[in-house]
Design a protein around this ligand. Structure first.
Ligand code: MN
Length: 530
């Protein structure tokens, strides 16, 4: 079975706690490390204030006062775009002479390069701020030194060596470990706070980036998520509200509705310029906001269609080796091969590499199940690659035509490695535990996310009745003994037939609270029928 049913022992720290059985099980399963546990129950916000912040702030202040041209260099994902917008909006408010650039994901790739820096210097920029990138831009940093141009790094990627940086804001270099797990935009937000220049919009943008970059949901990030969501739900950032399906939402809604709309622009760099997204995020005029928001939503639909088409198209070649499935096609859009590899891996439960072939080379994106380190495994062949990067479960690789066949043969000849079947975890719970009160209590521990996922649940319940069909979705209701209504949502017709039969059913559900006409009730979405 692909589900592992979990009945966690109560966390020792929670024995005797008045929490509901539902919350106790979720918290016990999470087994939070002590600093996260303390942060959850006794949050102690920290105001950012240290030497690096002081040095960086002074340098930026000097640049503003002496009217230096300041160049912000960002990245093309939700975090990088948010970080760029935060910094640019701040500098504009200060009246600074500011320019910015986010590279083209398909043509230029990630990070500050020497030639981008050369161009900026030629245009008269004398201070560069890299956001969500920079710590590993050695060549550009060396060049800046020879040109006597200062570079301020506001990044959160792993610092690769022991290089000294004169101006750096990085989660690992904040004096207080409270700031340790932040994303790039989170770092920029702390700079704004230190300078008492943070607005509601800035918290919202940092919150979107924090969701998008999937960093842990504790400490500084928890503060960012909570405040950012609160301000978002007040409608404090119209441009982002227009991108969302719901005007009031939570971290899940941000992840499903807003983050993909932003990431799509970077992915489809052949159809849209990611730099315009910064302009969009700085817009104040509502008519313009609505106009661009609609364009962005259209582009996201186009991206979804591209993925769908690519999934149903027959690849030019497909290999099923002992350890890998390989898909190759000239028709794949390079911006979506990662999404495609991910979808394919979820189907075949083994490592997958999807290659888009162009005139010069093969651009590939690999994904692997949790028990397999695709980055380490493929790094054995790195002499064949023009580019290679990534981490345990995801990597990107570019291979010239001359080496491609050899690479395929090497993979073909690999001995089969045992790849553990990935099981999804579900916490066992009884229907009696699912009262509105207990689910509301559980949700008071929001936001959920990295290191504290809202789990799926396993339970048994009686056949459902009163089928109502709403817009292609099947909605059913079931009442149970303490007379609260639990709504059961089911999108799969096969499950529905099951659920209408007699007897108790073992199901995997996700939990929600439905609010309609001021009335709230527990709502379960049936993910699987066992
Ligand atoms: Mn980032």
């Amino acid at each position: 079975m692909k589900y592992e049913i979990i009945r966690p022992d109560t966390d020792e720290r929670l024995i005797g706690s008045p929490l509901s059985n539902l919350s106790l099980r979720v918290l016990s399963k999470a087994a939070l490390k002590q600093e996260y546990f303390d942060n959850l129950f006794f949050p102690a916000p920290v105001f950012p204030d240290d030497e690096n912040l002081r040095v960086v702030s002074e340098r930026i202040q000097e640049a503003i006062e002496t009217e230096e041209k300041i160049f912000v260099f960002g990245d093309y994902d939700a975090d990088g775009i948010s970080a760029t917008s935060l910094m640019v909006a701040y500098l504009k408010r200060q009246g600074a002479d500011v320019g910015y650039y986010i590279p083209n994901r398909l043509k230029e790739g990630y990070g500050l390069t020497k030639d981008k820096l050369e161009m900026a210097i030629e245009k008269g920029y004398s201070l560069v701020i890299t956001v969500d990138n920079g710590v590993s831009a050695y060549e550009a940093l060396d060049y800046a030194e020879t040109m006597a141009v200062d570079v301020i790094i506001m990044d959160h990627h792993i610092i690769p060596g022991d290089r000294e940086y004169e101006y750096i804001l990085h989660p690992d270099r904040f004096e207080n470990p409270y700031f340790r797990d932040m994303c790039g935009a989170g770092v920029v937000l702390q700079y704004l706070r230190y300078n008492h220049a943070d607005r509601k919009k800035d918290w919202i943008l940092a919150m979107v980036a924090t969701v998008g970059d999937m960093v842990p949901v504790f400490l500084a990030n928890r503060e960012i998520l909570k405040k950012g969501l609160q301000f978002f739900n007040e409608g404090a950032y119209p441009a982002l509200s227009y991108l969302s399906k719901k005007k009031t939402t939570d971290e899940t809604g941000i992840g499903f509705d807003i983050v993909p709309n932003i990431n799509t622009v970077g992915r489809l760099a052949d159809r849209a310029n990611v730099n315009n997204l910064v302009k969009f995020l700085l817009l104040e005029d509502e008519t313009q906001i609505i106009h661009v928001a609609n364009q962005l939503k259209e582009l996201n639909k186009e991206r979804q269609q591209l993925v769908k088409d690519a999934k149903s198209a027959t690849p030019d070649a497909q290999y099923d080796f002992a350890n890998y499935r390989i898909l190759i096609s000239k028709s794949y859009h390079e911006g979506i091969i990662g999404l495609l590899a991910n979808a394919c891996m979820n189907e075949v439960h083994k490592p997958v590499i999807v290659f888009a072939e162009n005139e010069k080379e093969f651009k590939g994106s690999g994904r692997s199940p949790k028990s397999y380190d695709i980055h380490e495994n493929l790094s054995r062949y790195k002499d064949l690659f023009a580019h290679f990067g990534g981490h345990e479960q995801a990597c990107g690789v570019t291979i010239g035509k001359e080496n491609f066949q050899q690479f395929i043969e090497l993979l073909q000849n690999e001995e089969a490695e045992e790849i553990e079947e990935e099981k999804e975890e579900a916490i066992a719970i009884s229907l009696e535990d699912l009262t509105l009160k207990s689910v509301e209590e559980l949700f008071s521990f929001r936001p959920f996310g990295m290191d504290f996922k809202l789990p799926d649940f396993y339970l048994r319940f009686l056949p459902v009745n009163n089928t109502q069909i709403l817009k292609n979705e099947y909605r059913k209701t079931v009442t149970y003994k303490n007379r609260e209504v639990v709504e059961v949502l089911c999108f799969n017709p096969a499950f529905l037939t099951h659920l209408e039969a007699d007897g108790w059913h073992d199901v995997i559900v996700t939990l929600n609270i439905n609010e309609f006409n001021g009335k709230k009730n527990v709502s379960m979405y049936v993910k699987d029928v066992l």
